[in-house]
Design a protein around this ligand. Structure first.
Ligand code: PMP
Ligand code: GLU
Length: 392
């Protein structure tokens, strides 16, 4: 029997797959160092864990309203006001099972068959797949390394068509670590206005930002940008809560309502215990985040220095998130033809797990995550360097 043509087009998430494979090899006693992880290697702060225990003890274990409990929405609204200078009402907020579900809901809400969505390339794996799943066409816009992998207006104009429906901005970016400044966001906001596009702004790495850079939400650029932007955020990265599954979105009331209707038929509310603990997480956000960012920053600097001192490979210094995109194209040969092959060889021979750039749409790169200990980073980079030095 024929399966859904759209669903069978999808690839499984390679970032999740490689991370799981590296974990499994380690459990089997194989000495693999994983640079695959898309999650903080810190534990969730204790005050959040304690709050989840309390939720269970008091029986906060039932269905909640689909779009999230009111105390959590109130904290999310405060967060937007304090951090992003954005004003929302509760009807403009939806809480979901991870930012990934928010993205899924929003693409499902806005896409009609054939609609095109502009996405910067290299891009996080799930955007094009979700757009495809809902009958749209992801349009991957080449973003040059020299421009820190950010959109430039000429390429945006070149990729525009009468079917363009939305543009995705990810700042700080996965996989490139780039951070958009005010002028760049203003240019994109104007472009969206001129062409009447939705803006999907994925801000999940908002707090993981370095070198004195400041996170700006594109929704705060102007009233027009506010009206056409759906902001996506979540607790996974900021509070080291990847497994808890808590994301949220904010935007136009009508869009959020449709997202909530979809969610009411798919997963219903986000986990009640997680929601309860999330209220506290947002209300008491503090020193843990600062300490985590400081540690990520030290690892980032070390990693970038080491890579740029190795022969044949290089990387741009990322300004946010916890990934480094390494340009490995000069390593390619008859034996190593592409990033998939290189990643496989690195795992088999050097015992390091990395994500091939092809998974993000650009075969010239591999992605290394520095969400792993400094000791692992040092050892892993020694292995990478030895591998390169011994290549014939
Ligand atoms: N957006 C980006 C850019 C990501 O890297 C991730 C990875 N986890 C997500 C969204 C989804 O996060 P979650 O579903 O864990 O909230
Ligand atoms: N976003 C993370 C990554 O890129 C986690 C895995 C995923 O959800 O794709 O590695």
């Amino acid at each position: 029997m024929e399966l859904s043509r759209l669903a069978t087009k999808l690839q499984s998430s390679l970032t999740l797959e490689i991370t799981a494979k590296a974990k499994k090899l380690k459990e089997e006693g194989i000495d693999v160092i994983s640079f695959g992880a898309g999650e903080p290697d810190f534990n969730t702060p204790k005050y959040i864990i304690d709050e989840a225990k309390k939720a269970m003890d008091i029986g906060f274990t039932k269905y909640t309203s689909t779009s999230g409990i009111s105390p959590l929405k109130k904290e999310i609204i405060k967060k937007f006001k304090n951090d992003n200078d954005l004003e929302y009402t509760e009807k403009q907020i939806i809480v979901s099972t991870g930012a990934k579900q928010c993205l899924s809901n929003v693409f499902q809400t806005i896409i009609n068959p054939g609609d095109e969505v502009l996405i910067s390339k290299p891009c996080w794996i799930s955007y094009p797949e979700l757009v495809t799943l809902y009958g749209g066409s992801p349009i991957l816009v080449d973003c040059a390394e020299e421009n820190e992998f950010k959109f430039d207006i000429d390429s945006l104009k070149k990729n525009l068509s009468d079917k363009t429906k939305a543009i995705v901005i990810t700042s700080p970016n996965n996989p490139t670590g780039s951070v958009y400044n005010y002028d760049e966001l203003k240019t994109i906001a104007d472009f969206a206005k001129d062409n009447d596009l939705f803006i999907i702004s994925d801000e999940i790495y908002e707090k993981l930002i370095y070198d004195g850079e400041k996170h700006i939400s594109v929704a705060s650029i102007s009233e027009d940008a506010y009206n056409r932007t759906i902001v996506i955020n979540g607790l996974s990265k900021t509070f080291a809560m990847t497994g808890w599954r808590l994301g949220y979105a904010a935007g136009n009331e009508k869009v959020i309502k449709v997202m909530s209707n979809i969610q009411s038929h798919t997963t219903s509310n986000a986990n009640s215990i997680t929601q309860y603990a999330a209220v506290k997480a947002l209300a008491a956000a503090g020193n843990e985040i600062e300490a985590m960012v400081k540690e990520f920053d030290a690892r980032r600097k070390y990693m970038v220095d080491r890579i740029n001192n190795m022969k044949t490979i290089s990387c741009v210094k990322p300004k946010g998130a916890f990934y480094v995109m390494i340009n490995v194209s000069d390593l390619y040969s008859d034996k190593i033809k592409d990033s998939f092959m290189l990643s496989k060889i690195l795992l088999d021979e050097a015992k390091i797990a990395v994500i091939p750039g092809a998974a993000f749409g650009d075969d010239r790169y591999i992605r290394l995550s520095y969400a792993t200990s400094m000791e692992n980073i040092k050892n892993g980079l020694d292995r990478l360097e030895n591998f390169i030095n011994n290549m014939k």
